[in-house]
Design a protein around this ligand. Structure first.
Ligand SMILES: [Zn+2]
Length: 261
């Protein structure tokens, strides 16, 4: 049976001299593992589509539970990420995260309003272009891209923090500031925070809260589009990483590697 999916290669394992297994992220079937016969031959028409981070339309032959790549038409290649070790490490962390959190053979669009494939493509695009000036005087850093990925992806997995307003009084902002309670995934304003509360809390810089709301509530294509100063970026980075790792209950080797660079 032939099936066609738009997907992105998030993993690849070599088999013998000429072929490989690829893990394709799809919206319809989650992660699909497929054999790409002859993909490493220099004249193979799968050469670029079977490479890591290639975004293509894959035509697959499904036989029982096994897939083989019949043909593929590239939509977009992110292989230039490989030219920058830090970008490659970050993209590898994203791929590891998505592979771990996406079940095989399961429709992803039922559990989220967003296309996971599109989200991953946008994440790779932003990683590739990090460090380039986006508006006059503002450059989106890799740290901001990483934070946006972690927070938005947490939301897509069903762990969206409640960032609309203070959980207690319903105010959108507060002169004395807003606290984020990461374990409870909600906001409490400084006026409402119980002085006896001993759990984790972060007094958010206004810029940090603005960025967090943008990441969680914007349409997919805009969730990376925000600008923060150095201090807010540091705060946002800490919050997003901690939030994502706590919800997914694990660490990622690719993340450890990225942080060592
Ligand atoms: Zn309040």
């Amino acid at each position: 049976m032939l099936v066609t999916y738009d997907g992105i290669v998030v993993g690849r394992r070599e088999i013998g001299e000429n072929s490989c297994f690829i893990d394709i992220l799809t919206d319809e079937q989650g992660i699909v593992e497929a054999t790409a016969h002859g993909a490493k031959k220099i004249n193979s028409n799968l050469l670029s589509s079977a490479s890591l981070f290639s975004y293509s339309t894959f035509c697959l032959n499904k036989n029982k539970m096994r897939y083989t790549v019949n043909s593929a038409k590239p939509k977009f290649g992110f292989h230039e990420i490989g030219a920058d070790i830090e970008k490659l490490a970050l993209a590898s962390y994203f791929a590891q995260a998505v592979k771990f959190c996406t079940p095989s053979e399961q429709n992803q669009l039922e559990s989220s309003r967003d296309s996971l494939v599109l989200f991953f493509a946008v994440s790779l695009y932003e990683t590739l272009h990090a460090g380039e000036q986006v508006t006059s005087g503002h450059t989106r850093t890799l740290a901001a891209v990483k934070a946006a990925f972690e927070l938005r992806y947490s939301s897509m997995l069903g762990f969206a923090p409640d960032l609309v307003a203070c959980h207690n009084c319903g105010h959108y902002e507060c002169e004395r500031g807003m606290y984020f309670l990461p374990r409870k995934a909600k906001l409490v304003c400084a006026d409402c925070l119980n002085p006896d509360f001993e759990g984790d809390r972060v007094l958010l810089l206004p810029e940090t809260l603005f960025a967090m709301r943008n990441i969680v509530f914007s349409p997919l294509k805009k969730c990376f589009k925000f600008s923060v100063g150095e201090q807010a970026e540091e705060q946002l980075s800490e919050i997003a990483e901690d939030y994502f790792l706590y919800r997914t209950e694990r660490t990622f080797t690719a993340l450890e590697y990225y942080k060592k660079l």
